[in-house]
Ligand binder design. Structure first.
Ligand SMILES: NC(=O)C1=CN([C@@H]2O[C@H](COP(=O)(O)OP(=O)(O)OC[C@H]3O[C@@H](n4cnc5c(N)ncnc54)[C@H](O)[C@@H]3O)[C@@H](O)[C@H]2O)C=CC1
Ligand SMILES: O=C([O-])CC(=O)C(=O)O
Length: 267
């Protein structure tokens, strides 16, 4: 299958490299999309087999599977042409699915598929299994280094300055739906958890800026009629983007491998 990568930053570049190295059987990197021509040339220069460069419509036309690894605000621009063409969209900016439910309807109408990888999170398998029964609560806490939150729309709008803090500060708590509007680049993990479990209105989230952590730390507590469980993950930052955990790109690679595997483990 031909793969197109939209956005060649921390996640897109890692996945492009793995495809280029032949590490993902059954999938071939066919095209990329970059903000600037210079970036596309730089990425192609680092690949053993350079690929064509397209705009989003071009990726939709030439590829079977398109991996969205873009700044969150560009999500509808890539999602529409891909889903209209009935192709498969792998979504990293998962928070955007909460604002753009209409794109799921578009996929349904045109035979497109939307896949949200586990990304920087764990336990979506157990959560989906619990959701077959009755989940009573899902509460999540995310702790981030101050640098990972800087520039978030909510902080800018409310003039909240985090650079001098010496103690952890809870900067927002509420439902995932409420928080996703204010921290679009920081709640992809929470969006995925909410979509797998109780939904964004009933999944609660606290976001903490913590000067004592150097990694994003996500903890989730789940209560259900089949099981109660607690999950926690400390992601090591990627080299290219400290706000993005290294495991995120690895999760996409694992997802692609699973799509053609004879033996699949996990839900
Ligand atoms: N689902 C998950 O668990 C996680 C999701 N994310 C999300 O994944 C997305 C990508 O994350 P990163 O790779 O870390 O971001 P990044 O900022 O490192 O890369 C984004 C890339 O998109 C490029 N870009 C900007 N405008 C473009 C355009 N018009 N056309 C093509 N490319 C364009 C940028 O130049 C940059 O290279 C973000 O929305 C991020 O919030 C990040 C971490 C975990
Ligand atoms: O932990 C990460 O790598 C990123 C993160 O918080 C998110 O996107 O929700």
């Amino acid at each position: 299958m031909k793969v197109g990568i939209a956005g060649t930053g921390a996640i897109g570049l890692s996945v492009a490299r793995a495809l280029d190295a032949g590490d993902i059987p059954g999938f071939q990197l066919a095209a990329i999309s970059a903000r600037r021509a210079e970036r596309a040339a730089e990425v192609n220069g680092a690949l053993a087999t350079p690929v064509s460069v397209h705009d989003f419509a071009g990726l939709a036309e030439h590829c079977d599977v398109i991996i969205e690894c873009l700044p969150p605000q560009l999500f509808p621009e890539i999602a529409r042409p891909v889903l209209l063409a009935g192709k498969t969209l792998i979504v990293l900016s998962a928070s955007q699915l909460l604002q753009h439910g209409e794109l799921v309807d578009l996929a349904e109408e045109h035979g497109g598929k939307i896949i949200v990888p586990s990304g920087a999170m764990l336990g979506l398998d157990a959560l989906k299994a619990a959701a077959v029964g009755t989940i009573t609560s899902v509460s999540m806490t995310t702790r981030k280094p101050v640098a990972g939150l800087q520039g978030a729309p909510y902080l800018v709008k409310n003039g909240i300055e985090l650079s001098g803090i010496t103690e952890p500060v809870c900067i927002m708590s509420g439902s995932v739906s409420e928080i996703a509007r204010e921290f679009p680049a920081n709640v992809n993990v929470a969006a995925a958890i909410s979509l797998a479990g109780l939904g964004p209105d009933r999944t609660t989230l606290e976001i903490w800026a913590d000067p004592g952590v150097t990694r994003n730390v996500h903890s989730v507590q789940v209560a259900s009629d089949s099981s109660d469980f607690t999950m926690s993950i400390e992601g090591r930052p990627s080299d290219e983007n400290p706000a993005t955990g290294r495991i995120t790109a690895q999760s996409v690679i694992a997802l692609l491998r699973q799509m053609t595997a004879t033996l699949r483990i996990g839900t």
